[in-house]
Design a protein around this ligand. Structure first.
Ligand code: NDP
Length: 260
């Protein structure tokens, strides 16, 4: 039980990668708060955690792009568990694509608001408690798009580059406090987000669904999508005592497509 007595807060914990991380944390004995905008999804994951692993789990409705909503979420974690999170996983995120010249202000703000501002708000809220307790883990789910660029994803890629900047700088500020701050950079993961991406490709190009899926698989030298469980396995290592020496890193889980 590598996370016994730890409290984990996972944003975007209602499905996909966030749900897989919540399950991994609970399987190692952590008490878990899952947060997202869709209450039914986080409630269903919290129930799954309690039923399967008999841990205390709570579901919180939160929009991470809204600072008041983030403050309220941290209040609810303290109410439920008696203190703030020991482990914060900033996983909530959206991906929308458009050519830069067609990226309007709303699209730009929506993506930065959730992916970048949301990560910042949650880190800022979590860190004082972690510093006080002398232990903490912050895991930011970025993307290989946080290290590279591609057509149609300027706003998304900029937001994830920003997440890496936050990760690296924060890791230096809190290294002496028993806290590590790391980012995970997945390639294409088999989740709803990628399914929506495939639908988008079929609408905007002449590719069929199968052809679009094949084109995404080819981005990996392993010619496959990553699973949410593979991302969760790395998150678990970073969250545990075993990962205490890993700090300020941005680790790719993409089958070797990006080599830096
Ligand atoms: P999903 O779309 O399957 O899940 C995203 C989760 O984030 C949902 O629970 C969603 O719930 C939540 N979320 C979205 N916006 C907000 C918000 N404003 N406030 C709170 N929660 C929010 O995506 P994935 O699981 O695939 O992605 C998770 C993370 O991994 C994202 O940060 C994504 O950028 C990153 N990633 C994904 C990759 C992929 O190929 N899928 C590749 C690389 C990185 P709700 O909508 O109810 O709020």
């Amino acid at each position: 039980m590598k996370l016994r007595d730890r409290i984990a807060l996972i944003t975007g914990g209602g499905r996909g990668i966030g749900r897989a991380i919540a399950l991994a944390c609970a399987s190692e004995g952590a008490q878990v708060a899952v947060a997202a905008r869709t209450m039914e999804q986080v409630e269903s994951v919290a129930k799954e955690l309690t039923d399967q692993f008999q841990v205390q789990a709570t579901a919180i409705a939160c929009d991470v792009s809204n600072v008041n909503s983030v403050t309220a979420m941290f209040g609810k974690v303290s109410e439920a568990f008696g203190r703030g999170p020991d482990i914060l996983v900033n996983n909530a995120g959206i991906a929308e694509s458009a050519l830069l010249t067609r990226t309007d202000d709303d699209l730009w703000r929506r993506i930065q608001g959730i992916n970048l501002d949301g990560t910042f708000y949650c880190m800022r809220a979590a860190m004082p408690g972690m510093i006080e307790r002398g232990w903490g883990r912050i895991i930011n789910i970025a993307s290989i798009a946080g290290k590279t660029g591609a057509p149609y994803i300027a706003a998304y890629s900029a937001s994830k580059h920003g997440v890496l900047g936050l990760t690296r700088s924060a890791s230096q500020e809190v290294a002496k406090n028993g806290i590590t701050v790391n980012a995970i950079c997945p390639g294409y993961v088999d989740t709803d987000m990628t399914t929506r991406g495939i639908e988008n490709i079929t609408q905007k190009t002449s590719l069929t669904k199968d052809q679009a899926l094949e084109s995404l698989k080819k981005m990996s030298p392993q010619n496959r999508l990553v699973t949410a469980e593979e991302v969760a396995a790395l998150a678990l290592l970073l969250a545990s005592e075993d990962g205490r020496g890993i700090n300020g890193q941005a680790i790719n889980v993409d089958g070797g497509g990006v080599l830096f």
